[in-house]
Design a protein around this ligand. Structure first.
Ligand code: BEZ
Length: 354
């Protein structure tokens, strides 16, 4: 994350100079008092801004349940953060949307009432369209390829666009790629999808891809998907294998086409004021801890692909592979349309489309 490092170095320098000027002017010692609206006890945390040995109690929210890879990555982040700061920095994790849905969490991070979030790039793209580029169909063969792409200049530039919302984008964490689940039809080509109603994460690029196959789409948030398919509101869904297992969708769908048509990043974001008020040393500890968590997530998840397919087969689903070649038309029209939307999207697609 070199671009970010340079950026934060300049911010730290500015903050350092401001602190020096305040001190010279005989100003009071700056003490930040953060009331936490998420805490049942309404406890107040006292931290001394910019002090290298200050204690910090951070909170992180995410939408997925404790069994999901992103939660395991959050635990790894916590472990690293606490160990590398000798317990000065601590992290409390709120999984399963306990502090609200992703839009709520984004607002809390922007306002500073929540420090960190692992927020889907799909939700983030509602703030900044450039993040849609991650949902370009069949751009990456594996999640390892996407994990490497997160270090590219263009991916880092995308993170930089979040500053205007009061958030600092720190890194990307990958779960499994997207697959298609169908309640009672074995789909082998886009023509078989015509007339079906599929749940797709309410994100324009994902809706665009599905609509180009002739399916009708419903933008239903994750917690409502199980009952929507059970009650017949939808005929299937766009999902990843991880969430198919953790949300027990295998109980309500029979067919799983392993298309791996899109990668599925979450973006590690932090309130900008929280981050910029930390000394450089603490910012570095946070960045390093996140990098370790991101590496852990991709290594662990890529080793689980066969195990997950077997688990779903054992649960009674028909799991089959569906090759990219059947979606050639949709891929071409997506690239054409999305490259025109934003220069960062164009750069991203051009860089990674081989
Ligand atoms: C989804 O909305 O499909 C989803 C969200 C988070 C993790 C996995 C899936």
């Amino acid at each position: 994350m070199n671009f970010l490092k340079a950026y934060w170095k300049s911010i730290s320098l500015t903050l350092g100079l401001m602190a020096l000027l305040t001190a010279c002017g005989g100003g009071d010692e700056t003490t930040e008092s953060t009331a936490d609206p998420q805490s049942a006890e309404g406890e107040t945390e006292e931290t001394t801004e910019g002090q290298a040995d200050a204690d910090h109690e951070f909170k992180l929210g995410l939408i997925t349940p404790p069994e999901h890879m992103w939660h395991k990555a959050a635990e790894k982040f916590k472990e690293e953060l606490e160990a590398n700061s000798n317990g000065r920095m601590t992290l409390e994790i709120y999984p399963s949307g306990q502090v609200g849905n992703e839009n709520d969490m984004l607002q809390q991070i922007e306002s500073g009432s929540l420090d960190f979030g692992f927020i889907t790039a799909a939700e983030i793209s509602s703030r900044e369209e450039a993040f849609s580029a991650w949902f370009t169909p069949y751009l990456f063969e594996t999640i390892n390829d996407a994990h490497e792409a997160r270090e590219s200049e263009v991916a880092e530039e995308m993170l930089g666009t979040l500053e205007q919302y009061g958030m600092t984008g720190l890194d990307y964490l990958f779960a499994g790629q997207r697959v298609m689940l169908f309640k009672d039809k074995e789909v082998q080509q886009p023509e078989d999808m015509e007339g079906l109603v599929l749940r797709v994460t309410p994100s324009p690029p994902m809706l665009e891809f599905y609509n180009s196959t002739g399916t009708s789409t419903e933008g239903i948030p994750l917690p409502e998907v199980y009952s929507a398919v059970q009650t017949g509101v939808i005929d299937g869904m766009d999902m990843d294998l991880d969430a198919t297992i953790t949300n027990k969708f295998f109980e309500v769908v029979d067919y799983g086409a392993v298309t791996n048509h899109m990668v599925w990043p979450s973006v590690a974001v932090v309130n900008s004021n929280t981050f910029s008020s930390l000394p450089e040393e603490d910012q570095q500890i946070i960045e390093d801890a996140l990098e370790t968590a991101a590496d852990y997530a991709v290594e662990t998840r890529s080793a689980q692909e066969e195990e997950f397919k077997q688990t779903l087969t054992d649960e009674g689903m028909t799991i089959y592979e569906l090759d990219e070649s059947v979606f050639e038309e949709q891929i071409e029209s997506f690239d054409e349309k999305y490259k025109e939307k934003d220069p960062l999207i164009e750069e991203f697609i051009t860089t990674f489309r081989e």
